[in-house]
Write a new protein. Structure first.
Length: 85
């Protein structure tokens, strides 16, 4: 019997309510969350999010990545990015 990969669940809070995303891989989870966060109005960022995963290291890595992703969008929104960097 083969083991299926652990599902990664990401809960993202929005002004309209919470959204639950689930993926079978870390890469798919990150991409799904990125696409969802890109569709949120920038004024809703940073959105609270929680990552649940059987692999704590992967969960921590995803949480940090998505926090950085949102921080970059907030800097863009607030005009705090430097061209060329």
């Amino acid at each position: 019997m083969s083991e299926s990969p652990a599902t990664i669940a990401i809960l993202i809070g929005t002004p309209a309510g919470a959204r639950l995303l689930a993926s079978g891989t870390e890469r798919d989870a990150a991409r799904a969350a990125e696409l969802f966060l890109l569709r949120l109005p920038s004024r809703a960022l940073p959105a609270p999010l929680w990552v649940q995963c059987g692999d704590r290291v992967a969960g921590d890595r995803l949480t940090a990545y998505l926090a950085d992703f949102q921080a970059e969008r907030v800097r863009e929104r607030d005009g705090m990015t430097t061209p060329g960097f």
